[in-house]
Design a protein around this ligand. Structure first.
Ligand code: MN
Length: 261
């Protein structure tokens, strides 16, 4: 057996964003920042981008073959999925994925299958919000109009820089991974977690109370190899900050255990 086959990289299924008009034929296409795959590769994983496929049976097969799932950033989750019919001024602040709800549904199915099959999950930004919705939580549709805060959470001008701090819950997985009680993060979001889904608990918050990290409650995490969702983008900081590299390293280590089983 060759060294490569003796020690295969864990396969990490990465959810993708949607471009309504892609570059080849100007039709519905997938889009994925290279930073996600770079971070997975660096940490020892083998990234695999999920195409624009639909249907529970197909999603279940992708999850079965993957050793872990990375849910990525992108547009807003459709508010009706968490029971919100927003009135016009607020609704206009929301920009959902331009594919008739297919990405939302695909990722809800992904989370469902992931729990059924018990595989590691790292959820980032929109992924953090999506997983909260998938498990029964809700979202703040627009931070600037709904949260009293001094902090600007949408800093697209500094998307790969530390722009605010979050306070970590002592003893949480995230605190153990990053080795401290405070963490500097980037911030490119205008939505946030509002009602936390019943199986989840807050493990990171900014000064204004915005939920920046979620993990499974101990009772819900039994038999689940790894679950972490973060509002920031560690893949855009991992090249310069050891704490953010450590998030990917811990996730890929959990995926590697899944390979051995
Ligand atoms: Mn933030």
């Amino acid at each position: 057996m060759s060294a490569a086959s003796a020690n295969p990289r864990p396969l990490v299924l990465i959810s993708t964003d949607v471009a309504a008009r892609g570059t080849e034929f100007q039709d519905l296409s997938i889009s994925l920042s290279a930073r996600y795959s770079e971070a997975v590769l660096w940490a020892g994983g083998l990234p695999l981008a999920l195409p624009a496929v639909d249907g529970q049976e197909v999603i279940a097969q992708y999850v079965r073959r993957a050793d872990g799932v990375l849910l990525t950033g992108g547009d807003d989750v459709e508010p009706r999925l968490y029971g919100q019919e927003l009135a016009p001024p607020l609704r206009e602040k929301v920009r959902v994925t331009p594919d008739g709800g297919r990405r939302d549904l695909r990722e809800l199915l992904l989370v469902d299958e992931l729990f059924r099959q018990g595989k590691p999950l790292l959820a980032i930004c929109r992924g953090h919000q999506l997983v909260n919705v998938a498990l029964g939580g809700s979202l703040v549709a627009d931070i600037p109009s709904q949260v009293r805060t001094e902090c600007q959470h949408r800093r697209m001008d500094r998307r790969s820089e530390i722009v605010h701090e979050v306070r970590l819950t002592p003893g949480s997985l995230l605190a153990k991974i990053t080795g401290g009680q405070r963490l500097g993060v980037n911030s490119t979001h205008h939505q946030a977690v509002e009602r936390v889904a019943p199986p989840l608990q807050i493990v990171a918050q900014s000064e204004d109370g915005v939920v920046e990290g979620l993990e499974l409650k101990p009772a819900a995490s039994r038999g689940f190899p790894f679950f972490l969702s973060v509002q920031f983008h560690p893949e855009r900081l991992a090249d310069r900050y050891a704490e953010h590299r450590a998030i990917f390293r811990a996730f890929i280590q959990a995926c590697a255990v899944s390979v051995e089983k």
